[in-house]
Design a protein around this ligand. Structure first.
Ligand code: PLP
Length: 395
């Protein structure tokens, strides 16, 4: 190893990754991220899109993007403060805040940048960050970069969080509790009411990354907090993306006005990165308006979820009960997961195989994401192609 130069070392690492079945080839999709599309030249029913409401090709969304490109150009040209922001950016921030029930919102170029940005701006070595062990990588990366004291708690386990708070809270200035609203690789919901009660009791703030609940859950589609009746609670800070149900790109944090003003002046990934492109912002804004008021897409999505979960249980799969569009099929070993994905592809279904480092070793899975563009018959076809789980597979 000592004699290897740097590039040879990288080659060596990649070969090891390939041998473990963990090298990604990166297939290319030559159609939109919809229920039926073309991937690497083949036609598939596609179960990997996070555009849960199937809005990426909605005529109003596409028209809004085209109009914005014609009016403001294709790029924003500068970071938000210089000013890369257009009235569209301001409008989107205001509507996101209204939807989430907060005073204000701050729009970042991506959800990843939002999480790294707010954590680095708000937390430091004198602070405590407690996080569900399965939170999204962007929260973890932001927490690490912040230099705060990090403290994981067991997945979706308020008792574990309470133990940690009792042990650690007294030694730190501020405490932030991090959770996903809908867990991106497990499809289950965080126990938000219990987590919020602990945040209130232990003088902490609860930051909920609702990338996968936004647009999908709650009476108005505003997300997991609405699902649990927790909108408007002071200690709950909302994070989200416009890249999933809103079919665009971007990340945001919504909360008290003072917090948002602070982030606009301190979050480095906001200040030192080009503002999202106007067509993308316009698309997100148009999608938000549909997501908020068109309940039929959400209802269809929920019915599909019920059908899929019921069918999977009949086949012997163990799947979470929560009403989310993400349904993981736990298999375990990498090789078996890849084989299952390949077998489904041969039957016309493209299902992402999720492996380490996205999920812990030994928990590789197929991750089904439903969209409002799927049909009941496609679920039935998928179930038939899938068959029962391998012996020993489970959650
Ligand atoms: C829970 C969660 N947070 C944040 C992100 C990052 O969002 P983005 O893809 O907009 O960077 C994702 C998506 O990949 C996610 O699943």
């Amino acid at each position: 190893m000592a004699a290897m130069n740097w590039l040879q070392y990288l080659e060596h690492k990649l070969r090891a990754q390939e041998a473990a079945g963990l090298l990604r080839a990166g297939p290319v999709r030559s159609g939109p991220a919809r229920a039926r599309t073309t991937i690497d030249g083949g036609r598939f029913v596609y179960w990997g899109s996070n555009h849960y409401l199937d809005l990426a090709t909605h005529p109003e969304v596409v028209h809004a993007a085209q109009e914005a490109a014609a009016r403001y150009g294709t790029g924003s040209g500068a970071s938000p403060l210089l000013p890369g922001k257009t009235p569209l950016h301001e409008e989107l921030e205001e509507e996101l805040a209204r939807w989430k029930g907060t005073e204000a919102a701050c729009l970042f170029a991506t959800g990843y940048q939002a999480n790294v940005g707010w954590l680095m701006a708000l937390c430091g070595p004198r602070d405590l960050v407690l996080y569900d062990e399965l939170v999204h990588a962007s929260l973890l990366d932001g927490a690490r970069a912040s230099g705060a004291h990090l403290c994981p708690f067991r997945h979706a386990d308020p008792g574990s969080l309470e133990d940690r708070l009792r042990q650690e809270r007294g030694r730190y200035r501020f405490a932030a509790i991090l959770t996903d609203g809908v867990f991106s690789m497990d499809g289950d919901l965080a126990p938000l009411p219990d987590l919020l009660e602990l945040a209130e009791r232990f003088d902490a703030l609860l930051f909920v990354d609702d990338a996968h609940g936004t647009g999908v859950l709650g009476f108005d589609g505003s997300g997991t907090a609405a699902h649990f009746g927790l909108k408007g609670r002071e200690r709950l800070i909302h994070i989200g993306t416009t890249s999933k149900a809103l079919a665009a790109e971007g990340g945001f944090l919504a909360g008290p006005a003072v917090l948002i003003r602070f982030l606009r002046n301190r979050a480095r990934s906001y200040m030192f990165s080009t503002a999202p492109a106007p067509p993308v912002v316009a698309a997100a804004l148009a999608a938000l308006r549909i997501a908020r008021f068109d309940h039929s897409r959400r209802q269809h999505l929920h019915r599909l979820g019920q059908r899929l979960r019921q069918g999977l249980r009949q086949l012997g799969w163990s799947v979470p009960d929560d009403p989310t569009p993400i349904v993981p099929l736990r298999i375990g070993p990498v090789s078996e997961t890849l084989q299952r994905a390949e077998a489904l592809r041969a039957r016309g279904h493209w299902v992402p195989a999720i492996r380490p480092p996205t999920v812990p070793h030994g928990t590789s899975r197929l991750r089904l994401s439903l969209t409002a563009g799927h049909k009941a018959e496609e679920i039935d076809e998928l179930l038939e192609a899938l068959g029962p789980p391998p012996a020993g597979a489970g959650r």
